[in-house]
Write a protein that binds this ligand. Structure first.
Ligand code: CP
Length: 340
């Protein structure tokens, strides 16, 4: 296996195709372990993995914990409500405290954009060798979700070879609250790396026109974009029109906790226009894969009928794939640490 180049995983904007492929291949290997009778491997024995979730989570937090335990790491879990945050301790000092206890990897979720980056800079400049992994920061980045969605779509379209290049020229429709979505941003970086074209669909308040230039903006943290030819991004206001040409759909939750003002005329008009229903899916000529990162608001952005009965609804696969994807990320970061 090639060496893994990233000490911290904060964004997918600096992932090369080789990086993505390494994660996919390793995920595939760990997936077979998840299905075996004995699920634990000794790979991270003696490592300390710590999860610092300053924001709620069900899927990401628990699948990172399970991933660490499956790799035999020691695991510490921080709970904001019973921590010394209430005594005024900052998140930087919280991170430093867990690193002083010997954490090799910090997994961080926080409502502030770029907070894992800030923590990684602070730890690097103070001589800590700890790796930082963003588990979702503000509306900036959710790398492990972007990777598990890439893996889930690759497995759907290329179940035997698991070749993400199968996504070249496919149209992936992302519907809903793009403005506040770290998942959408990470999906854009991972899917366009393999030539998928992204259509962002929603009202102007949630999908501003500027998003068509998202990939031309400076990469975060002054990182060079290692991908020469990415897929394109376009904007659509009409779900009925854009669904016709879609090869796959990702629906998103309305991120009410990040909305600073009322951006919708009414919930009813939003769901009339943008809730994915079987009637709207009937416009498609084929049964296409449907993804949702969760948590979901049934019948606001996706109908219960699709969640519970549509054969190509891959929401459960996304959750299941989250464990081996996160095993792969922890494993790769453990290799970086050895080289330092
Ligand atoms: N998709 C996702 O990040 O879900 P959680 O908030 O439950 O972790």
């Amino acid at each position: 296996m090639n060496s893994w180049p990233h000490k911290h995983i904060l964004t997918l904007a600096n992932f090369s195709k080789e990086d993505f492929k390494m994660v996919i291949d390793l995920t595939h290997s760990f997936n077979s372990v998840s299905n075996a009778d004995i699920k634990n491997l000794p790979s991270l024995k003696g490592f300390l993995v710590t999860s610092l979730f300053f924001e709620p989570s069900t899927r990401t937090k628990n699948s990172f914990e399970l991933a660490a335990k499956r790799l035999s790491a020691d695991f510490l879990s921080f709970h904001p409500s019973s921590s010394s945050l209430s005594k005024g301790e900052t998140y930087l000092d919280t991170a430093r405290t867990y690193c002083s206890m010997g954490s090799n990897i910090l997994i961080i979720r926080h409502s502030t954009n770029h907070s894992p980056f800030e923590i990684s800079q602070y730890l690097d400049s103070n001589g800590f060798k700890t790796s930082v992994l963003s588990a979702g920061d503000g509306f900036n980045s959710h790398p492990s979700q972007g990777l598990l969605d890439l893996y889930t779509l690759t497995k759907f379209f290329s179940p035997i070879n698991l070749d993400p290049n199968i996504l070249f020229n496919k149209t992936i429709l992302i519907i809903g609250d793009i403005l506040h979505s770290r998942v959408a941003r990470s999906n854009i970086w991972s899917l366009t790396a393999f030539g998928a074209n992204i259509v962002l669909c929603g009202p102007e308040t949630l999908v501003p026109e500027e998003f068509s230039n998202f990939l031309n903006h400076e990469s975060p943290y002054d990182l060079a974009d290692p991908i020469k030819n990415r897929g394109k991004i376009s904007i659509s206001r009409s779900l009925e029109k854009s669904i016709k040409n879609a090869d796959g759909i990702i629906t998103l939750r309305l991120q009410k906790e990040r909305m600073e003002e009322n951006l919708l005329t009414s919930m009813q008009s939003y769901s009339d226009d943008y809730c994915l229903t079987t009637q709207k899916l009937d416009i498609c000529s084929q049964e296409i894969p449907i993804l949702h990162p969760g948590p979901l608001n049934r019948d606001v952005e996706i109908s219960s009928q699709i969640v519970d009965r549509y054969p190509n609804c891959l929401i459960n696969d996304q959750v299941a794939n989250g464990v081996p994807v996160r095993m792969a990320l922890l494993y790769l970061l453990s290799k970086v640490r050895i080289k330092i």
